[in-house]
Design a protein around this ligand. Structure first.
Ligand SMILES: Cc1cc2nc3c(=O)[nH]c(=O)nc-3n(C[C@H](O)[C@H](O)[C@H](O)COP(=O)(O)OP(=O)(O)OC[C@H]3O[C@@H](n4cnc5c(N)ncnc54)[C@H](O)[C@@H]3O)c2cc1C
Length: 473
């Protein structure tokens, strides 16, 4: 086959049809270009604000396919984007005019219940992972929205309801298989390529393409003490001050996050509350039920809730409890800060912003950190910010493009107002597409080591369409 393909490349660059045909023949997975059926579906990701047109989407079925796709990108000179679950708010799973190495077909989860290990491929979502691990009564800390990809989440650090008990996702990573930018498959662990292993645990997708994650597992569930306590927003000032005290003295097994937003039409809320601002405590206790009752009791002394549905729930169910509020297809612009401590002024600023919510899907979230996250020393992994007691996320989320400016403006203003109270570190996985300049400060003292590692594993910055660590000079 000769000639060119319809492609979103600039007119000055032509996509070599022979190279694409070779790639197609060389992969077990499918190769899509702009004129292939399924192309538009394959370039649709969680955040509807992202509308990029890759030249080639290589849907990989195996590490061998990833090696081949990397070789294709290097030979054609196309930019590379790597897609796991396609959830990243910044839209780094896609690249205009480049090649997407799409790992989403790689779905295997192999659980070894005796060794309490799972080997997980990078196309697996959190819901799929939890499903397979819970079949053996096992789990590891991952995020709170089941459609998120385990790959991007783990590489940025990863945390969720279980992190105060069992640490960050990366604290449970035992090893990873990595295809380097030279197309070599290497193993990274404490014993092999230990420097790379350090960088993978928080450094994002900067050092290679991970084709398998080996994760340690813990006995969890199948039921856990979990649920929501919903309060009227009028009481927010007093509630949050008391919440802060309760949270700071909570046992590691207990995680309590705060969500402030307009109440969705949840069946356990009276209809007159729907659409009004509320303060929600999201609760999970990872130990036994009786101890869970005792741990939650202080939270129940705060204020007069509209509803309290904290009770034994299936762990997998609670892991998906927020899915309806975080479904794919909406426009999203997020801002994030690490906070430690959480002074009154910061609480009041957040409360004021909730009074000005620009839409019914916008929200402010306080994720409680600490606990076992601090059992690992700050320098042991690339993830930085273990001193944060909370991560505050400002979620601008809406449906109509006409609302872009208003919702983005609201998120930016709250972010700016909270900046004086932030530690300076930030979780790269929550950073938006326009925060490339923030990557250096986000990693704080780890950045120089990360840049040196990037120089070793990707000196030409081939993997750069991410929250990019620039190779050290
Ligand atoms: C609704 C929602 C809820 C969230 N909740 C949480 C939460 O509770 N806890 C938490 O920790 N995070 C959370 N996140 C953030 C999440 O961790 C990031 O969005 C993460 O990047 C998602 O991973 P993914 O594989 O789905 O993303 P993708 O968009 O597919 O990938 C993101 C980037 O990661 C890199 N990457 C992905 N896979 C690989 C790989 N195999 N090898 C090399 N690089 C790779 C690439 O640079 C890629 O562009 C949430 C995000 C959303 C949108």
């Amino acid at each position: 086959m000769t000639g060119t393909l319809t492609s979103p490349l600039p007119a000055s660059r032509v996509l070599d049809a022979n190279a694409v045909a070779d790639l197609s023949q060389g992969l077990r997975g499918r190769v899509l270009t702009a004129d292939t059926p399924g192309y538009d579906d394959a370039r649709t990701i969680w955040n509807a604000m992202i509308d990029k047109r890759p030249a080639v989407i290589a849907r990989c079925a195996s590490a061998a396919d990833v090696k081949r796709a990397v070789r294709f990108a290097r030979e054609t000179g196309l930019d590379i984007a790597v897609r796991g679950g396609g959830h990243n708010i910044a839209g780094s799973a896609l690249v205009d005019g480049g090649v997407v190495i799409d790992l989403s077909p790689m779905k295997s989860v192999r659980v070894d219940p005796v060794r309490r290990i799972a080997v997980v491929e990078p196309g697996v979502t959190l819901g799929e992972f939890d499903h397979d691990a819970q079949a053996f009564g096992l789990a590891t800390p991952v995020g709170i929205n089941s459609t998120t990809g385990i790959a991007g989440l783990t590489l940025g650090g990863g945390f969720g309801w279980l992190s105060r008990t069992y640490g960050m996702t990366v604290d449970n990573l035992r090893s990873a298989d990595v295809v380097t930018v030279d197309g070599e498959l290497v193993r990274a662990s404490e014993r092999e390529n230990a420097d790379l292993f350090w960088g993978l645990r928080g450094g994002g997708g900067n050092f290679g393409i991970v084709t398998a994650f080996e994760l340690g597992l813990h006995q969890v569930g199948p039921e856990v003490m979990a649920g929501l306590i919903v309060h009227p927003f009028n009481d927010a000032r007093a509630l949050l001050r008391r919440y802060r005290e309760v949270a700071l003295s909570a046992p590691n097994e207990l995680a309590v996050w705060v969500v402030m937003r307009k109440a969705p039409p949840l069946p356990f809320l009276p209809p007159e509350v729907h659409g009004t601002e509320v303060v929600v405590f999201g609760v999970l206790y990872s130990g036994d039920m009786k101890a869970g009752e005792r741990a939650v009791a202080p939270l129940r002394t705060i204020g007069k809730p509209i509803a309290d549905v904290v009770s034994p729930h299936p762990y997998t169910g609670f892991q998906a409890a927020f899915d309806p509020l975080l479904a794919p297809g909406a426009r999203n612009y997020w801002k994030t800060h690490d906070l430690a401590p959480l002074p009154d002024e910061a609480l009041d600023i957040a409360i004021d912003a909730v009074k000005r919510l620009p839409g019914p899907q916008c929200e402010v979230i306080l994720a409680q950190m600490g606990g076992a996250i601090r059992d690992t020393s700050e320098d042991a992994t690339a993830y930085s910010g273990r001193d944060a007691d909370w991560i505050v996320n400002v979620h601008g989320r809406w449906s109509d493009q006409a609302e872009d400016e208003r919702c983005i403006g609201w998120a930016r203003r709250l972010f700016t107002d909270l900046t004086p109270y932030a530690t300076g570190n930030a979780y790269v996985n929550f950073m938006a597409h326009d925060e490339g300049d923030r990557v250096k400060t986000a990693y704080g003292t780890h950045y120089a080591r990360l840049a040196a590692l990037k120089q070793k594993y990707d000196p030409a910055n081939i993997l750069r369409t991410n929250q990019n660590i620039v190779p050290a000079a």
